[in-house]
Design a protein around this ligand. Structure first.
Ligand SMILES: Nc1nc2c(ncn2[C@@H]2O[C@H](COP(=O)(O)OP(=O)(O)O)[C@@H](O)[C@H]2O)c(=O)[nH]1
Ligand SMILES: [Mg+2]
Length: 302
């Protein structure tokens, strides 16, 4: 006879856990109820401390939405920019809130210092980085949040509005938009980044309400990887209209405040083959213009 079937078993009583979640915490971004000990929202993956602050109309940090197609250089830019900011001292000092805010800096600087670009951001929002920081700007301390939104998630939201409630929520709540256009691809004659940007701007304009008047949220058009299109480096106002004419024209007609910028995190990139897989690496890390677009949008926050 098998004794294990009849032997008495001691089961720990876990029903006390229900008491813990009897008063759930609602995510400020997607409204999902979460257990009170949860760190991140179980539905959208936003850090709960942050999403609750974002939902509070008084003193909510301002969301700066960095959007762009996959592989356009967003993660490298945000990570290295936060590293540059973290080196500030004196009256201009930059603060971060919560360990999660340092994660993107750690990740990007770690990868670049090992000689690689960071791996692509996954579509699953529970893996995204969130940066919550503050800086002294125009005689006041400004708190801001920069989520590292996956390009694929924005593409999905643009293609099927309603399919990405977190992305839609963030883009509706955000105070400014920083849109990345891949300078390397545009300089090579590929119009895809121009069309992606145009579709995203249509989506943003629809989110902001019926047409016209002009869309009021400050918009920074950021040409990335300018180490791969050198002539544009110092003349974004001249080159962006040439490289991305459709986006430029649409902004001119529909946007109230917008600016053009050029950035790069590296001075050239090489490629290494691993079987069927090709991986790129920076030949030299040399940040260029990473602060200007953020400073420009912060200047325009009311
Ligand atoms: N040459 C060059 N390549 C870059 C630069 N920034 C990013 N890249 C390349 O673009 C890829 C995607 O960068 P990433 O920041 O992950 O883009 P994301 O998908 O928009 O977040 C990297 O793996 C690099 O190959 C840059 O400043 N110069
Ligand atoms: Mg990314």
């Amino acid at each position: 006879m098998n004794n294990s079937l009849t032997a008495p078993a001691a089961l720990p009583l876990t029903s006390y856990r229900l008491v813990q979640s009897a008063s759930p915490i609602e995510c400020g971004l997607c409204g999902e109820p979460n257990g009170k000990n949860a760190e991140r929202c179980r539905h959208c993956g936003a850090p709960l401390v942050l999403s609750q602050q974002l939902a509070n109309p008084k003193n909510a940090p301002r969301i700066l939405a960095v959007i762009g197609p996959p592989e356009s250089g967003k993660t490298c830019w945000i990570g290295l920019w936060s590293d540059i900011m973290a080196r500030r001292s004196g009256h201009d000092v930059y603060n971060t809130y919560g360990a999660f805010s340092v994660a993107i800096q750690h990740h990007v600087v770690g990868c670049l210092s090992r000689g690689w670009f960071p791996p692509a951001t996954e579509e699953d929002p529970t893996t995204w980085f969130w940066l919550h920081g503050s800086t002294h700007h125009r005689k006041r301390r400004l708190q801001f949040v920069v989520p590292d939104i996956a390009g694929r998630a924005v593409t999905a939201a643009v293609e099927a509005s309603g399919s990405q409630p977190l992305v839609a929520g963030l883009l509706q709540l955000c105070s400014a938009i920083l849109l990345t256009l891949d300078g390397e691809r545009l300089a090579a004659g590929d119009r895809a980044p121009d069309f992606w940007a145009l579709k995203a701007l249509h989506y943003l304009a629809d989110l902001s309400g019926p047409q016209p008047p002009a869309v009021a949220k400050p918009l920074a058009l950021v040409l990335t990887k300018v180490d791969r299109c050198e002539p544009a480096r110092d003349f974004p106002d001249l080159w962006l209209p040439r490289l991305a004419p459709a986006t430029f024209e649409y902004c001119r007609r529909r946007w109230k405040e917008w600016g053009m910028f050029c950035i790069s995190v590296a001075a050239g990139a090489g490629f290494q083959r691993f079987g069927a897989h090709v991986r790129s690496f920076p030949t030299r890390v040399e940040p260029f213009g990473l602060e200007q677009p953020f400073r420009w949008v912060l200047d325009r926050l009311r």
